[in-house]
Write a protein that binds this ligand. Structure first.
Ligand SMILES: [Zn+2]
Length: 94
């Protein structure tokens, strides 16, 4: 028996939805894999980052090159406790 065009349409649509779902799952897996490879690793040399305290603020420091990585708001938090030293260092008066 030849399937009706409605049935064919249904199966094509169903297959397209499955393919879309599989694609989304693959992307999600890839994203999780990348995150596990790069999370808390130094972007310069790939060494692990450790969390240290700068005053009261927790920042991430590379265990190899000692580079510091600040999340959003951390620079401002450090500035707030150092009496404006960093602000003067990075934004000198003209
Ligand atoms: Zn490093």
């Amino acid at each position: 028996m030849k399937p009706s065009s409605n049935e064919e349409e249904y199966f094509l649509k169903h297959e397209a939805e499955l393919a879309k779902k599989r694609q989304a799952e693959l992307l999600e897996n890839e994203s999780a894999k990348l995150k596990s490879q790069y999370y808390m690793k130094c972007p310069k040399d790939g060494a692990p980052l450790e969390t240290i305290k700068v005053g009261e603020v927790s920042v991430d420091r590379c265990t190899s090159c000692a580079g510091l990585w600040l999340d959003a708001g951390e620079l401002e938090a450090i500035e707030a406790q150092d009496g404006g030293f960093l602000r003067r260092l990075f934004k000198p008066h003209r």
